[in-house]
Design a protein around this ligand. Structure first.
Ligand SMILES: NC(=O)c1ccc[n+]([C@@H]2O[C@H](COP(=O)([O-])OP(=O)(O)OC[C@H]3O[C@@H](n4cnc5c(N)ncnc54)[C@H](OP(=O)(O)O)[C@@H]3O)[C@@H](O)[C@H]2O)c1
Length: 206
């Protein structure tokens, strides 16, 4: 069984931890492990560096603006799969801070050049993850992008095991399109009032 370490115990990190814990060893990394530990049963909670060290797969579930600082704490992650869930959002969440000619995914790959970065789950809202944890029957697609075929396949399986449809969109540069899609989801959910329990599904026409 693989160990999946999630860096950051916020809305996304906490839900992914609970979701993956049914099928994998999960370690949650937190800046304040003692405080965070009291909120989770059956999940190991430790600091960022120890969580990254224990993992086969690391999930970055932190603000994009914090990635460079956190890289100094967790090291190179050489040879590990690194799932990048971040979206480069403005403080009010209603626009992207980078895009079109680059992406947060590519910046994360540049920060961790020896890791196999896979953009994934960034288009899935935290409320949808919470529904997945509570056994929702119909879940949206997880769209992934990364340069390493093996890591992409590993993350696709992880998403499928958690009940999502999963699609490999190609190299990490396709994060340039996945991050705007995430922002579009935020606009629909909160700008247009559809609420957070919505998501994008990629499917053939029947
Ligand atoms: N919310 C969504 O629906 C959603 C959907 C897709 C993608 N995302 C992306 O996923 C990432 C996490 O989002 P989230 O909604 O989980 O955010 P959040 O609830 O604010 O949690 C972020 C976590 O990151 C850690 N962190 C480290 N340095 C931090 C700092 N300086 N300020 C704040 N938190 C810091 C904290 O965990 P510890 O205290 O445990 O260290 C915090 O709980 C973001 O990049 C976001 O754009 C979010």
């Amino acid at each position: 069984m693989k160990t999946i370490s999630i860096i950051g115990s916020g809305n996304i990190g906490s839900n992914l931890a609970r979701l993956f814990a049914s099928t994998h060893n999960v370690v949650l990394g937190s800046r304040n492990p003692e405080q965070t530990r009291s909120k989770f049963t059956g999940i190991t909670v430790t600091d960022y560096a120890q969580a990254a060290k224990l993992a086969n797969i690391v999930v970055l579930a932190v603000p994009f603006s914090e990635v460079t600082a956190i890289a100094a704490t967790i090291g190179s992650l050489a040879g590990k799969t690194l799932i990048d869930v971040t979206n480069p959002l403005t403080p009010d969440f209603m626009a992207l801070t980078v895009g079109h000619t680059t992406s947060a995914g590519e910046a994360v790959q540049a920060t961790f050049p020896q890791a196999h970065v896979v953009k994934a789950f960034n288009t899935v809202l935290a409320q949808v993850l919470a529904k997945a944890v509570s056994g929702a029957k119909s879940l949206p697609s997880v769209l992934i992008a990364g340069n390493h075929a093996g890591a992409n396949a590993e993350v696709m399986q992880l998403a499928k095991d958690a009940g999502f449809g999963a699609f490999d969109t190609g190299p990490i540069s396709n994060a340039r399109y996945l991050e705007p899609l995430a922002e579009l989801g935020i606009q629909l959910a909160y700008g247009k009032g559809h609420g957070g329990e919505v998501g994008f599904t990629f499917a053939p026409v029947a």
